[in-house]
Ligand binder design. Structure first.
Ligand code: 2HA
Ligand code: ZN
Length: 272
């Protein structure tokens, strides 16, 4: 039997967490990732589920994620340390059929457990799976310029989206549906999880004002690509704030959407 620690799933999460740390986004224990792994892949490493221990979820998981496997970063763990010791910093859990517990199958070797943001992750997975059955990744991180930008704008997703689209021609192409925005809330709670998942019905990106961002995707590349495009754009926005001479004209944004056949978030750019 192949060893899970040698799997492409562990390698991908180890590589991306180190990459994100080096972007300066994941100070200390900042950030968390969860990766839905289909059972057929899990079976390549575990003939059957051998449960190491049960961990209560603290909320009732949606039916759509029950019985599913997630590779997830640990609470209090540092992104920079995952690659050196994945078996301590990551865990593979299976959500119980009852929806109240997670069964630990692999990892969290020091007795640890999943991220404090697991409610937001599982609720976001459930929301995305309902609109996109191929979604596999939920990624949360603290990108500096995105947080700056959120602090400088009203908590309004149309305004946030417009400022991003007007600053970088890539922005409308990469996230034509816009970005969801939550006000500053207490993180680590079921409430912020529910609010995030509610936004995930319409968006693949959700900004947590004064905290960070959530991105989702079919792959790590897709979720990361969404977040890095927002962050790059937010950097452009913040570095040019108060000095802008050439803002992207509305016609160019509309032209890009037409060129790429994209459905833009309504109410952001006025179609003439
Ligand atoms: O896991 O990022 O939101 C640490 C955090 C909390
Ligand atoms: Zn965070």
């Amino acid at each position: 039997m192949k060893k899970f620690i040698d799997s492409p799933f562990v390698k991908e999460v180890s590589d991306i967490t180190l990459n994100m740390y080096r972007q300066g986004w994941d100070e200390r224990n900042g950030g968390n990732i969860s990766y839905l792994i289909d059972e057929k892949y899990v079976r390549e490493y575990f003939k059957e589920d051998k449960v190491i221990r049960k961990i209560p979820l603290g909320f009732e998981a949606d039916e759509i994620v029950r019985g599913k496997y997630f590779l997830v970063t640990g609470t209090g763990k540092y992104f920079k340390n995952v690659k050196g010791d994945p078996e301590t910093n990551l865990g593979l859990v299976k959500i119980c059929d009852c929806g109240h517990d997670a069964k630990l199958i692999w990892g969290f070797k020091d007795g640890g457990k999943f991220t404090s943001e697991f409610p937001a992750h599982l609720m976001s997975h459930a929301a995305r799976l309902k609109v996109d059955p191929n979604n596999r990744i939920v990624m949360h991180t603290h990108p500096t310029y995105t947080i700056c930008m959120g602090a400088c704008l009203p908590t309004d997703e149309k305004i946030f989206t417009r400022k991003l689209w007007k600053s970088n021609t890539e922005a409308v192409v990469v996230f034509p549906e816009g970005i969801g925005v939550l006000p500053c809330m207490i993180c680590g709670t079921n409430e912020i999880g529910e609010a995030t998942a509610n936004k995930m019905k319409d968006f693949r990106l959700v900004s947590w004002t004064n905290h960070g961002i959530y991105g989702v995707g079919h792959t790590i590349d897709e979720a990361f690509g969404l977040i890095e495009t927002v962050e790059k754009t937010a950097q452009i926005y913040m570095l040019t704030l108060g000095h802008v001479v050439n803002e992207i004209p509305d016609e160019v944004i509309i032209g890009l959407a037409k060129l790429w056949n994209l459905k833009m978030m309504p109410g952001v750019i006025e179609e003439k």
